[in-house]
Write a protein that binds this ligand. Structure first.
Ligand code: 5GP
Ligand code: ZN
Length: 115
């Protein structure tokens, strides 16, 4: 996707503060953090949102959930007190970048319900 900002970050055409990378996934600090720890986890391949994930992506999704996220939580020192995982999806979900991403938010206590 030529004009997708997260594809550009994945291709290292735009700089980001990376905290994790493997063949399928990248993670980097959000440019506008909403918490002391605010990391974005993205697939390297362009998937527009959670609703465009298919069975072909099952290995990717399992990797993100069982490996990447717990590892980042440990590295960032938020595994003991916990964190919030968010996937804003499409218009009503407040998605502003149309490339699947998971927000990891931690380092402070969160409110519920979100606004
Ligand atoms: P969404 O609103 O789609 O759930 O989340 C998009 C997130 O991407 C926002 O939290 C926003 O701050 C972040 N973001 C947008 N552009 C950039 C960028 O160029 N670099 C980084 N690191 N984060 C970005
Ligand atoms: Zn993309």
């Amino acid at each position: 996707m030529m004009d997708c900002i997260f594809c550009k970050i994945a291709n290292k055409e735009i700089p980001a503060k990376f905290v994790y990378e493997d063949e399928m996934v990248m993670a980097f600090h959000d440019i506008s953090p909403e918490a002391p720890v605010h990391i974005l986890v993205i697939p390297k391949k362009h998937i527009a949102s959670l609703l465009e994930v298919t069975n072909e992506d099952s290995q990717l999704m399992v990797n993100i959930m069982t490996n990447v996220i717990p590892r980042i939580a440990k590295d960032q020192g938020i595994d003991e007190k916990g964190f919030r995982l968010v996937a804003n999806t499409k218009e009503d979900g407040g998605q502003t970048v149309d490339h699947l991403h998971f927000h990891i938010l931690g380092g402070r206590s969160m409110n519920w319900p979100p606004g």
